[in-house]
Design a protein around this ligand. Structure first.
Ligand code: PEP
Ligand code: MG
Length: 575
């Protein structure tokens, strides 16, 4: 059956291929149908999983023999045992497999939903709460069925046309998928500026997020068209639709080819103002794309990606090698290394996320200052690499001057330790700060006195200004870069930096979104840093822009007092 799904488009282009359903970030259930002659095996698989969990409970029961909470613990195991052996779980799940021929995980997930619904309807609050126990038991059985799935290669024989369909993917998951040749990503969860979306964009393949039920509705191997620019997914399209999209695909390819001619053209406005177009990268392996698109340097190296998907921390030498490789390959062009922005949605594997509000918690520079040894290791690695190119240090999520001063002291301490070890580094290395907390933006003059340059992280600045979690798609409609307060504050930071004769860039997603290019030029921005695949499209827009025409309109936009007027003026600006 053919149907269409709509989501938030996060990375443009058209992909045509087949669905591969997975997502190791959570206990994710893969859906597929079992051939008739394999049904008995599938039921055995389910029975074995139940048996494994029964054994696990047995081991748990015998391992707790004394201690203050033995009685409670035994009661809890008893309850879970009862749930495990209840026919509404065992027999009913078997029946689903027998009747619908779906795989065991899928059948179990369906029966779990049925049971949870029944629990929801119970009046007694205590009994209603027992649904958590049902969830825990079912998750244990699922784990036993899945083992630790990790990456599972798609079963389809047509290599090179796989479209990953997941309920949710963390930035770390996407990094894991990088080497596997998926041609598009789809997720039920997510929003435009979540780190998952940012990493998907850096892969330069069409991606659509916030599809809500795609992972339930799409089946393994389904034929799919992904329109990453419109956020549209067509499942099992007919021949005519396929032909139409193949045509659009080749038109897009032609446009891309045209843009490629701009690679070595300087980014200058019609009235002669040179603009720096820089690239955002996550790993040294992104440099190929950076070079292909003729970036003037790296405006944001999200160094925390070196820390993800591993059990240990990268040591000083390993980090040094990574930073040096980037510095050397960029041949004297600026390389802005942001110190690790861990926390929130980018976490070390062995550190559980316990914060109630991770985006407001121990993240970025706050974490660095609370882990001085880990920070010192990184600072030494960056400083050592600074001898091999034009490296700058960028500090994320600053909110007050104390953090600035502490960071500068730690950089000085790292420099002194290298001097003591007689290791060379760039003594004049520039240190800049990210302006992504509203308080920092509002007191930017004091930051400018202590820092060499600024970079506005609009992804977080908007999240914190509007109190909208950037990873939560239920509030994605409130995430509004056009909010007058947002535009006014960005303009203020740019103007203050100019007055202090300090460089300022934007490295949030706004910088790579063509609908903002003229507006930001009009507000005085001269440095844009973005995911590499977008560089040439933004350059094309700059080459067609005339600052004397743009500036008055940009001023009117930031003073506009209603959204209709803003969008009307913006349409004029971009026409
Ligand atoms: C930002 O917040 O705009 C930014 C560039 O940093 P990140 O997206 O990595 O949080
Ligand atoms: Mg940020």
């Amino acid at each position: 059956m053919s149907f269409i799904l709509h989501g938030i488009p996060v990375s443009g282009g058209i992909a045509i291929g087949h669905a591969h359903l997975t997502a190791p970030a959570m206990l994710e259930v893969i859906h597929y149908l079992i051939p008739k002659n394999q049904i008995d095996n599938e039921i055995n698989r389910l029975d074995n999983a139940f048996a494994t969990v029964r054994q696990e409970f047995e081991i748990l029961r015998t391992s707790i023999t004394d201690g203050p909470a033995v009685a409670e613990f035994s009661a809890f195991i008893e309850l879970h045992h009862m749930i495990l052996d209840d026919p509404t779980l065992t027999d009913a799940t078997r029946d689903i497999i027998l009747q619908t021929h779906c795989n065991a995980e899928w059948a179990l997930a369906q029966q779990k939903d049925v049971l949870l619904e029944q629990f929801e309807a119970i009046d007694d609050a205590y009994l209603r709460e027992r649904k958590t126990d049902v969830e825990q038991v079912v998750d244990r059985i699922l784990k036993a069925l899945l083992g630790h799935p990790g990456y599972q290669p798609p079963p389809s024989k047509q290599l090179g046309d796989h479209i990953l369909v997941a309920h949710d993917l963390s930035p770390a998951d996407i990094m894991q998928y990088k080497p596997h040749q998926f041609i598009a990503f789809l997720t039920d969860m997510g929003s435009l500026t979540s780190h998952t979306a940012i990493v998907a964009r850096s892969l330069n393949i069409p991606s659509v997020v916030a599809l809500h039920h795609a992972h339930q509705m799409i089946l393994e191997g389904d034929s799919l068209i992904v329109d990453g620019s419109q956020g549209i997914i067509i499942v099992n399209p007919d021949k005519y639709v396929l032909d139409e999209y193949r045509l659009r695909q080749s038109q897009l390819e032609l446009e891309k080819q045209k843009l490629r001619r701009l690679k070595s053209v300087n980014a200058v406005t019609l009235d002669g103002k040179p603009i720096d177009l820089l690239a955002n990268i996550e790993l040294p392996s992104d440099l190929e794309q950076v070079k292909e698109n003729g970036a003037a340097g790296i405006g944001l190296f999200r160094s925390e990606f070196l820390f993800l998907n591993r059990d240990d921390l990268p040591g000083e030498d390993e980090q040094f090698e990574a930073y040096r490789a980037v510095a050397i390959q960029m041949r004297g062009k600026p390389v802005t290394i942001r110190t690790f922005d861990l926390g929130a949605d980018k976490n070390l594997k062995h550190v559980p996320q316990l914060a109630v509000n991770p985006a407001l918690g121990l993240r970025a520079i706050r974490l660095s200052l609370s882990e001085p040894q880990m920070f010192h290791t990184q600072l030494r690695a960056i400083l050592r690499a600074s001898k091999f190119g034009h490296i700058k240090i960028l500090i994320p999520m600053l909110s007050n001057l104390v953090e600035v001063n502490q960071t500068l002291s730690l950089i000085e301490y790292a420099k002194q330790s290298l001097r003591n070890d007689q290791i060379d580094f760039d003594e004049q290395i520039q240190v800049g700060g990210m302006i992504e907390v509203p308080a920092a933006a509002l007191s930017v003059e004091t930051f400018l006195k202590r820092l060499d340059f600024l970079s506005i992280g609009t992804n977080d600045l908007i999240q914190y200004m509007l109190a909208v979690d950037r990873v939560d798609d239920s509030v994605a409609h409130l995430y509004d870069p056009f909010h007058p307060a947002v535009l006014w504050l960005i303009s203020r930071v740019i103007q203050s930096s100019h007055r202090a004769s300090k460089a300022v860039s934007i490295c949030g997603e706004m910088a790579g979104d063509i609908q903002f290019t003229r507006l930001l030029l009009g507000l005085g921005l001269q440095q844009f840093s973005m995911y590499p695949a977008q560089l040439l499209a933004i350059k094309n827009q700059i080459l067609k822009s005339n600052l004397p025409d743009i500036m008055p309109l940009a001023q009117r936009i930031i003073r506009a007092d209603n959204p209709v007027k803003t969008h009307h003026l913006l349409a004029r600006l971009n026409s």
